[in-house]
Design a protein around this ligand. Structure first.
Ligand SMILES: NC(=O)c1ccc[n+]([C@@H]2O[C@H](COP(=O)([O-])OP(=O)(O)OC[C@H]3O[C@@H](n4cnc5c(N)ncnc54)[C@H](O)[C@@H]3O)[C@@H](O)[C@H]2O)c1
Length: 262
């Protein structure tokens, strides 16, 4: 067995084409894990395969049962099993509150937000469950500061992230003692491709393109730091490792200390 905090671990990272998920792929590999990927964007899949040819990639929609089953099967076939499931899929609403949301767009926007941010996580867990039970593995879901506080997203994003937080609690409770389930709750993050909802006409808008975002992120938090995917990736490494063997139903908050802001 090689060196590293995740030596010998077999992982599937969902939503790994850019941003936090992409950084998790690199950090996991640095720490000795073998990693497979499920990602919807075919351009990102091609880029990933070009730079990391030994990473098995499934191009598919993580909000569907079939794509998750296909990705889990590929990981299990390639690696002989699965120890870690990470989900980094997400979409944003650009802070639209209930006043701003047009009544005739709510149904579509709700469905797009919740299928992406919540249903994808449930399908991933369901598909990976037999393999993770067999390995006594672990699950990591991506929350956000929006899983704890208002103001960093709109009514749909904040509520969807509270749902992911609820999933961590419910799954950790149900799946102990076989499978540990934890969350990572990043603060505002630089260098990602996080997009808005198509159903609200925001699909081409990228949160990272906001002018002055790095300075604004740093000014917002007590530690005065603007964090990016590689900063967060170490929280996933820790929770996936044996060092965290006593932790389930928990969360790491790589957010610059936003919760202790005066
Ligand atoms: N960017 C931030 O400021 C921030 C802050 C806190 C939490 N988060 C959360 O971190 C996670 C990762 O976001 P990111 O900022 O790295 O954005 P990102 O867009 O760079 O990464 C998300 C990835 O998921 C993929 N994806 C989206 N929908 C998919 C689907 N249905 N099936 C398969 N793949 C799909 C995207 O193509 C992308 O590659 C999300 O859950 C997001 O809500 C982001």
């Amino acid at each position: 067995m090689g060196e590293g905090w995740l030596a010998g671990r077999r992982a599937l990272v969902v939503g790994a084409g850019s941003g936090i998920g992409r950084a998790v792929v690199d950090a996991f590999r640095t720490e000795g894990a073998r990693v497979a990927v499920l990602e919807r964007d075919t351009g990102k899949c091609a880029a990933l395969s070009a730079s990391l040819p030994d990473v098995p990639v499934v191009a598919g929609d993580a909000a569907t049962r079939t794509a998750n089953e296909e990705a889990v099967a590929l990981a299990v076939d390639t690696f002989g099993g699965l120890d870690v499931l990470v989900n980094c899929v997400g979409i944003f609403d650009f802070y639209q509150g209930i006043e701003a949301l047009a009544a005739d767009r709510i149904d579509e926007a709700f469905d797009e937000m919740y299928r992406t941010n919540v249903r994808s996580h449930i399908h991933g867990v369901k598909a990976a469950l037999p393999a993770l039970r067999a390995s006594r593995g672990t699950i990591l879901l991506t929350e956000s500061t929006s899983a704890y506080y208002p103001g960093r997203g709109g009514v749909l994003y904040v509520s969807s992230k509270h749902a992911v937080r609820g999933l961590v609690t419910a799954l950790a409770h149900e799946l102990a003692p076989d499978i540990r389930v934890n969350g990572v709750a990043p603060g505002g993050t630089l260098g990602t491709d996080l997009r808005g909802l198509d159903s609200l006409g925001l699909g081409s808008r990228r949160l990272d393109d906001a002018p002055g975002r790095a300075a604004e992120l740093a000014a917002r938090v007590p530690l005065g730091v603007a964090l990016s995917g590689p900063d967060h990736a170490w929280s996933y490494v820790f929770l996936a490792s044996e060092r965290a063997r006593g932790i389930t139903g928990g969360v790491v908050h790589p957010d610059g200390g936003i919760g202790i802001k005066a």
